[in-house]
Ligand binder design. Structure first.
Ligand code: FES
Length: 165
């Protein structure tokens, strides 16, 4: 069973319920104690947590939707909003901030024509600021998906972003 189930402003999401069953039942034994890992798997699949998937998990695991929503909003790694294929994280922790992290963020905002927390219309990039990603000596640092880019300069941003197009 594969269905188109939800539509938001610019985005249509196709939810594959067979695949969800596979995640919930086969990978995680339908065990409610695996809720966080189930949500992580769903987020890996959709890049965020579409509401219909949360409702489905709620029904399958017999956990109130409000509880699942709470988990989805509590952990910063989860997103309830659609995100781009590439997550651009700009570190604004103290060490990066004093080395120009703010200017790097502005440059990325200009290059992508979005503000912090937004996703480009073509769904290629989502920009998110973060607090310290653990390599302060390389500041200012940006992370794109799992790749770290340290000692980044404003005039290098466009070339770095282009690699992920
Ligand atoms: S403050 Fe940016 S990596 Fe630590």
């Amino acid at each position: 069973m594969s269905e188109v189930t939800t539509q938001n402003k610019n985005n249509i999401v196709e939810i594959d319920y067979m695949e969800l069953d596979q995640i919930i039942e086969d990978e995680f034994d339908g065990n409610r104690e695996n809720l966080i890992m189930i949500l992580q798997a769903i987020q890996r699949r959709y890049n965020y947590l579409p509401k219909p998937t949360l409702l489905y998990v709620s029904e399958k695991l017999d956990i109130p939707y409000s509880k699942i929503y709470e988990v989805g909003t509590f952990y910063s790694t989860f997103s309830l909003k659609p995100r781009g294929r590439n997550i651009v994280s700009v570190c604004l922790g103290t060490a990066c901030h004093v080395r120009g992290g703010g200017r790097i963020q502005e440059q990325i905002e200009d290059s992508l024509d979005i503000k912090n927390g937004e996703t480009t219309n073509d769904k290629r990039y989502t920009l998110e600021s973060v607090r310290c990603i653990g390599c302060c000596s390389l500041g200012p640092v940006i992370k794109i998906n799992e790749d770290m880019h340290g000692r980044i300069k404003s005039d290098e941003i466009n070339a770095v972003l282009k690699k992920y197009e």
